[in-house]
Design a protein around this ligand. Structure first.
Ligand code: ATP
Ligand code: MG
Length: 765
């Protein structure tokens, strides 16, 4: 690439395979190695291909399709979405039921020990019981995650974001992943970690969708629903995954519209009305299923007032006035600042983890330590900050007495002796005297630190509830301060400030705006706070973005995933295809010898190859110059297609032989294609046989001319979900190849009015 005179801003780095660059760094310090690994786009992630291959076989199939068949496929899409919603709702109910049962059991055991110790002489006994139970539960979750399916760790939202963006994260939509995720989240939430079960629901919904839509599973190979055969492509699967993620949000928060918007905000590259309807349908079914099951569990069958795993409770009697908006804006600023601090601390911790905690044993140990510390901190704060308040009529139901005298209750114990979701709710709704300022401050600090430490542990865990919890605590504290300053006014409502604080804090961490506004509105069940929540989320995002990126993007970038943002950076507009593309290009002729196909597939890692005419590879000529071209562009063929052709032996010494291959053969091989090393071809076939690529290549694959600018190329990739883009010159000769990694490798860091562009290294697999 030669562009130094056009883009003086770019701090160019040579593009070296990671193994080489790491060898060079061998003598350097650990610190340097960690920094280098951050400047690498990982070769472990391949792209998904959302472009339809319109080859001869596809065109033939489309022409043969009757209107009835088209309608059946359309109906099947709706049917799949129905089952996605149904199953997501069922899984959410199962998780909720198990968590509630185990948490209740746990707290009743601990409370029994605490009650036995009224004279404070045996405080170590309940502490040990608490620590023992939590440690035991968390160790199960972390062993499952760290040893069996590490991709099930965390909320899974970053991974689903990548999937919708077009990056295949290995194992992310596997059956094993959802099993580990569901069991793991039950154990980790019951184990008292400061986490929520809502985030993992989004991942679970996505896996359910990917599984159902394919009608078969790697684990149970005999099970194969042929009617879903048409959905065996990246494009179809991606649409269902978007529906599954939405159904997950919907079940988690009882927010079907929020779910649809979540899919839109996180994966907006593909959108059409029909798909939006189907996604909405899946969301509705999921929240309805959960609602019905919850009504039975709560003993009031068909009383449909439990639409989500978590709702914020009713804010019907609360309102706000225009003069409070400046206070909300200030709270948004605080949320942005605290969110940025949270993300920064978590970033440092993640870097530390990548360097020092990368064995399964250490990961389990860390989860154990956090579980033990969480339980101990809870217990200690209960003991030392045991603010006792007199019991009043309307607080009686939720209170815990522990070390307080009769007729009094402990406010600290009241927040601690319940699940994090219930704590958020009590911060929103408890009456005025329930929490003292000191309880709120200590609680907020402890939860902030523990939540920050917990996110990134090898257990399935969600970040929504911890974020809301921290914000609800400081929001309520703001309410207390306002009440202190204006003791006699009626508008200071603790619940309202707690809600705004929660939104601000969560917004500051995740930096979602549209979908989060609607999710919170749906979870509060009224639209009164729509505007203030939106203001607070936007302010929190703006403020937070000054310091760092949202936590999901941060984790995506730390792992070197080649994700593409919403827009191309405005400072990259002067780059052209010539500077972005790879050159030289590995191409195939329309009629290619089997030997060369085998050779190229074995020696190169690329997954897509332009198919050309008039290209004569000359192995003796090693002089590659910038002007060199590689034949006239005719189409694009994928490695996966070539592998099917070789496996089905679609070659011969008489090139005009007829092969009875159809799109079905390619769909059957999807998504796992045999590695080239396992394909055997005799020496005779290599030397004498040819493959005719013409009927199988995509003749309509997108291509651009070499003077196309970066934003145009970026938009093609982002909007159409491309995997490969061929670059041709004005004579239609192939001159280069662009993939998403070529675009994602430009890292723009902004500091006020200065922008610095680094070119990341690309690691080879
Ligand atoms: P993916 O990994 O997304 O499935 P891929 O393996 O074909 O696709 P990348 O891994 O993104 O491609 O590409 C790595 C580098 O190789 C990029 O710089 C890209 O431009 C280049 N590249 C891809 N295909 C070819 C090709 N046929 N000839 C030459 N360079 C290519
Ligand atoms: Mg690749």
């Amino acid at each position: 690439m030669n562009s130094s005179e056009r883009t003086p801003l770019i701090n160019r780095r040579p593009s070296i395979p990671v193994n080489q660059s790491m060898e060079e760094e061998e003598s350097d310090s650990e610190e340097n190695k960690a920094n280098v690994s951050e400047k690498i786009l990982s070769g472990d992630y391949e792209s998904l291909d959302y472009d339809v291959c319109e080859n001869d076989l596809y065109q033939l199939e489309e022409r043969k399709k009757s209107v009835k068949e088209i309608m059946i496929i359309e109906m099947l899409r709706w049917l799949v979405m129905f089952f996605v919603g149904l199953l997501t709702g069922l899984v959410a109910s199962l998780i909720d039921f198990c968590v509630i049962q185990s948490t209740d059991l746990k707290f009743s055991i601990i409370k029994k020990y605490v009650d036995k110790c009224v004279d404070n002489k045996c405080m170590e006994v309940p502490l040990l019981v608490w620590v023992g139970i939590n440690g035991g539960l968390v160790i199960v979750a972390s062993i499952l995650t760290a040893c069996f399916e590490p991709v099930a760790a965390g909320s899974g939202i970053p991974q689903i974001k990548c999937y919708l963006n077009g990056v295949k994260v290995p194992h992310v939509v596997r059956l094993k992943t959802i099993v580990v995720k569901v069991i793991g989240v039950i154990f980790s939430v019951a184990g008292g970690l400061i986490i929520g079960k809502e985030g993992p629901m989004i991942h679970s919904g996505a896996v359910i969708a990917a599984g159902i839509s394919q009608g078969r599973s790697d684990t149970f190979r005999k099970f194969d629903l042929r009617i879903f055969e048409f959905f065996r492509s990246d494009t179809e699967k991606r649409d269902f995954v978007a529906g599954g993620a939405a159904a997950g949000v919907s079940a988690a928060f009882g927010a079907p519209v929020g779910g649809v918007l979540f899919s839109l905000e996180e994966g907006a590259s593909f959108w059409n009305q029909a798909l939006a309807w189907r996604i909405f349908f899946a969301s509705m079914v999921s929240t309805f299923t959960l609602n019905v099951i919850q009504s039975y569990i709560k003993g009031i069958p068909w009383d449909l007032s439990y639409p989500g795993l978590f709702n914020f409770g009713s804010f019907d009697t609360t309102s706000y006035s225009a003069f409070e908006i400046p206070i909300f804006i200030l709270m948004g600023v605080l949320g942005g600042l605290f969110g940025a601090l949270f993300n920064q601390l978590n970033y440092l911790l993640t870097k530390f983890r990548r360097r020092y905690i990368n064995k399964s044993r250490d990961r389990v140990l860390e989860a154990m330590i956090v579980a033990i510390i969480t339980a101990t901190v809870g217990y200690i704060s209960l003991y030392f900050n045991n603010s006792c308040s007199p019991m009043v009529q309307d607080t009686k139901d939720n209170t815990v007495q522990v070390y307080c005298n009769d007729g009094q209750y402990s406010s600290t114990a009241t927040i601690l002796f319940q699940s994090p979701e219930d704590s958020v709710k009590s911060l929103f709704h408890e009456s005025k005297g329930m929490y003292s300022p000191s309880t709120l401050i200590v609680y907020c600090l402890c939860v902030f630190i523990l939540a920050c430490w917990t996110y990134g542990l090898y257990v399935p865990s969600g970040l929504f509830i911890p974020g809301l919890l921290v914000g609800a605590a400081w929001g309520r504290f703001v309410g207390l301060c306002l009440n202190y300053i204006f003791p006699d006014v009626g508008w200071v409502d603790f619940g309202k400030y707690s809600l705004i604080g929660a939104a601000a804090q969560l917004g500051g961490i995740v930096r979602m705006t549209i979908s989060l506004t609607v999710i919170i509105m749906e979870a509060t069940g009224n639209i009164t706070f729509g505007l203030p929540i939106m203001i607070v989320l936007i302010v929190a995002k703006w403020v937070g973005d000054i310091f760092n990126e949202g936590i999901y993007d941060m984790h995506i970038h730390i792992q070197g995933v080649p994700i593409l943002g919403w827009e191309p950076s405005s400072v990259l507009t002067n780059l052209s295809a010539k500077e972005v593309m790879s050159h030289p290009v590995s191409v195939f002729n329309m009629r290619e010898s089997v030997g060369r196909v085998m050779e190229v597939l074995k020696t190169e890692t690329h997954n897509g190859f332009p198919v050309v005419e008039d290209y004569i590879p000359n192995p003796l000529d090693s002089s590659i110059n910038e002007e060199m071209s590689f034949g006239t562009y005719r189409g694009l063929i994928l490695r996966s297609q070539l592998i099917v052709l070789l496996k089905q032996r679609v070659f011969g010494d008489n090139i005009d032989q007829f092969y009875n291959l159809s799109t079905k053969d390619f769909r059957d091989a999807y998504p796992k294609f045999t590695p080239i090393r396992q394909i055997h071809v005799s020496q005779y076939e290599r030397d004498n046989c040819e493959i005719n690529l013409e009927p199988y290549m995509n003749p309509a694959a997108y291509c651009v001319t070499d003077n196309a600018l970066f934003p145009r190329i970026f938009k093609l990739f982002r909007a159409l979900g491309l995997r490969h883009l061929v670059v041709v010159d004005k004579h239609h000769q192939v001159v280069g190849m662009v993939t998403r990694k070529d675009l994602a490798r430009y890292k723009v860091t902004r500091k006020f009015w200065k922008a610095r562009i680094d070119e990341l290294l690309m690691s080879t697999r």
